[in-house]
Design a protein. Structure first.
Length: 88
């Protein structure tokens, strides 16, 4: 880690999240009634792209799939009108 630290004392890297935050945003916009004002087709594409070969979604890269994360992602996709259970 220290070899990656800048001389001023900070680190700079891309910040990544898992699909749970994205799925929760979909749910909130559905509850608030603002889903039609958001670019949710982009969200659907992102969630589908993050689905792993085993059919689920991961909490962190390489974890083999996590039930809660998969349920949230699946729920968000269903709210977006997705009906397929299989990977595209």
């Amino acid at each position: 880690m220290l070899s990656l630290q800048y001389a001023d004392g900070y680190w700079w890297a891309e910040l990544e999240s898992n699909v749970t935050i994205t799925a929760e945003v979909v749910l909130l916009h559905q509850i608030w009634g603002t889903a039609d004002q958001r670019p949710l087709p982009k969200v659907e594409a992102y969630l589908r792209a993050q689905q792993r070969e085993h059919g689920g979604w991961e909490l962190f890269y390489g974890d083999g799939g996590e039930l809660s994360t998969s349920v949230e992602a699946y729920l968000a996709l269903r709210l977006l009108g997705w009906t397929s259970l299989t990977r595209p």
